[in-house]
Design a protein around this ligand. Structure first.
Ligand SMILES: [Zn+2]
Length: 316
């Protein structure tokens, strides 16, 4: 026999409140009736997602929900709150502020970019034709869209630890899946690998023991750049560890460019002049950017081969 659920239990963990109560006065939120977006050809109903986000923001914005919940709990919980649970409450308040900030930024984006360029975004809803595939580090200080001004639709973006590209023979990964899609289907004309200063992934690569057997996901990933480490140790062994890491950060970019050529469909397009491979190095300590382009001279079959580059420029 089915037990009826208590009346206060809702399937919706974020009970909805009138949005108008919490909307910023400068911009009213108009919830679309049945808008759908397309990602890789698969339709996603955005209405449900948007409602969830709005409800999340709504609940987090108001502390009244937290107070109400506490008042419904047994007296023991109230005692715990008084004796030390305030940290939890404060943490929730911090989360509230964080999501309030995100909501505010999103609404700024919507008003100042989306709505003022609605034609552009309507075109993007039909498809994308970016000129760039960008591979950058996942480091929170390195955001290609921020530092290079990529706008929606301009760059197919992939970010991983230390902006590494595994060689073709390593088998499938999210990195080469993104490469296959961008190169073969979107037909991007440029692949730009962006490294950066103070890269933790490169530090991990440079400091890991020679014995590569490890259960660490990080070590098993950064070992992809082992050739860059070998070249760094050969060329810069007289330098201190930090300087070796700076050297390896750039060597690793070239190692990724070299690995890109191990993909037959990439090498073929590069050889035909249909695809160009570029390296970029962002130094966020003095805010400079160095850019170069791989000078394709036939496939470098030898392991550890040094690639030729051209069109090097320094932006400062
Ligand atoms: Zn990094």
């Amino acid at each position: 026999m089915a037990v009826p659920a208590p009346s206060f239990v809702s399937r919706d963990p974020f009970p909805s409140a009138p949005i108008a109560l919490y909307s910023n006065s400068f911009l009213e939120i108009h919830r679309p009736s049945s808008r759908a977006s397309t990602i890789f050809g698969q339709k996603l109903e955005s209405e449900e997602t948007e409602q969830t986000h709005l409800r999340l923001s709504t609940v987090l914005r108001s502390n009244s929900g937290l107070t109400l919940k506490a008042s419904r709990e047994p007296a023991g919980l109230t005692k715990q709150l008084r004796n030390g649970k305030f940290e939890t409450e404060l943490k929730k308040t911090d989360e509230c502020d964080l999501f309030d900030d995100l909501k505010y930024r999103f609404l700024i984006f919507k008003r100042q970019k989306y709505m003022e360029n609605s034609k552009h975004f309507q075109d993007l809803a039909k498809g994308q034709a970016p000129k760039f595939m960008v591979i950058a580090c996942a480091d929170s200080r390195v955001c290609p869209s921020n530092i290079l001004g990529f706008q929606p639709g301009e760059a197919f973006m992939l970010r991983n630890i230390a902006n590494l590209v595994p060689p073709f023979e390593n088998g499938p990964s999210e990195t080469n899946a993104a490469l296959e899609f961008s190169v073969n289907f979107l037909k991007v004309e440029n692949v730009l690998v962006i490294g950066h200063s103070r890269c933790g992934g490169i530090q991990a690569l440079m400091s890991m023991p020679d014995d590569e057997n490890s259960s660490s996901f990080i070590r098993n990933w950064v070992v992809i750049g082992k050739n860059a480490r070998i070249r760094t140790e050969a060329a810069a062994s007289n330098l201190c560890f930090d300087q070796q890491c700076r050297h390896c950060e750039k060597e690793s970019i070239n190692n990724s460019l070299s690995n890109l050529l191990t993909y037959p469909w990439i090498e073929e397009k590069v050889a035909k002049g249909e695809l160009f491979l570029h390296g970029g190095y962002y130094d966020f300590i003095d805010c400079t950017f160095e850019k170069w382009t791989l000078d394709y001279r036939g496939r470098a079959k030898e392991e550890n081969a040094i690639i030729a580059v051209k069109d090097r420029s320094f932006w400062w």
